[in-house]
Design a protein around this ligand. Structure first.
Ligand SMILES: [Zn+2]
Length: 297
């Protein structure tokens, strides 16, 4: 049985929410309900919303939306799910379904609506996006597709352990040079979406791990150049591109703030900068928005 749906911008600090949940859980003699709390009224393209399930006898849960499934993870405050919406998702309402398996093996399904809102993406100045003749192959569709597939396959593997705590932090302290999700036109003809957030940084700037985790990829790629990917667990990955040096190897555990390499201008890059990606459950999300996401421990 699902007893209540609470939509509130800041659920985890809401006293009213807490009282409502406690009231339900202590109701003598009643079947113990599962409470679904969404921390969003809508989710913008290229961002993730948080769902919290509480109830005493939840064994597992999964959310389904946008032809994807999203796992829940147990925490001291309940089961948590990060519902990531792709940047190219059409703006409209979609069905959202949550299926809970109880400890006695029974299942229950909650049905709601996921409203997808605009990611408010910009188009970048095409005069700044000129690839020289020796890098034209980096604009080929097949090169793009194979690199996207390689990274998204990596990002789609969900490690159920959580390796980090607290909030993610930026990899360098530099000004924005290009926002997440922007529409780009290279050499006046080839259009691409920006899958990360770019910081301007002189070549050789130390690049820091945004959160603790396990390195799963450290190698050169055609477009991303010298590249490091860190698995933080719970289906969350961070990625650091165009590096001049890499200091970590796959399998290595890093702590938040560890230097994983130096900034550079390798791959499809038009000047020294750090391209920083965050992916959740195989979906690129806005790293700046993700940094502000509060999750229960
Ligand atoms: Zn970038």
């Amino acid at each position: 049985m699902f007893a209540l749906v609470i939509k509130h911008k800041r659920i985890f600090s809401s006293l009213i929410t807490l009282l409502a949940v406690l009231g339900l859980l202590t109701r003598a003699g009643a079947e113990q309900p599962t409470v679904v709390k969404l921390d969003f009224d809508y989710i913008r393209q290229g961002t993730a919303g948080v769902i919290l399930l509480t109830g005493p006898d939840i064994a597992a849960a999964v959310a389904s939306a946008l032809d994807r499934t999203y796992p829940f993870f147990p925490t001291s405050q309940g089961f948590v799910c990060l519902l990531a919406v792709p940047m190219e998702q059409r703006i409209k309402d979609y069905p959202l379904q949550i299926t809970v398996t109880r400890r006695n093996g029974s299942t229950a399904t909650w049905e709601g609506t996921l409203k997808v809102a605009s990611g408010q993406f910009i188009a970048e100045d095409p005069t700044q996006l000129i690839m020289p003749a020796n890098k034209l192959n980096l604009l080929r569709d097949d090169v793009q597709q194979s690199e996207d597939t390689r990274l998204l396959n990596t990002y789609s593997l969900v490690t159920p352990v959580r390796y980090w705590e607290g909030m993610f932090t930026p990899p360098v302290n530099g000004p924005l040079s290009s926002p997440f999700g922007s529409f780009r036109t290279y050499n006046g003809t080839v259009t691409r979406r920006h899958t990360g957030y770019d910081f301007r940084a002189p070549a050789g700037t130390p690049v820091l791990a945004s959160a603790s985790g396990r390195v799963v990829l450290s190698r050169p790629l055609d477009i991303h150049g010298n590249n490091v990917v860190i698995d933080h667990g719970w289906g969350i990955y961070s990625e650091y591109a165009h590096l001049s040096e890499r200091y970590v190897v796959p399998g290595q555990f890093v702590l938040q703030g560890d230097v994983i390499g130096l900034s550079g201008n390798t791959g499809r890059s038009t000047g020294p900068h750090v391209h920083w990606e965050i992916a959740v459950n195989g979906v690129w999300v806005n790293p700046l928005t993700f940094m502000q996401t509060k999750l229960p421990n």
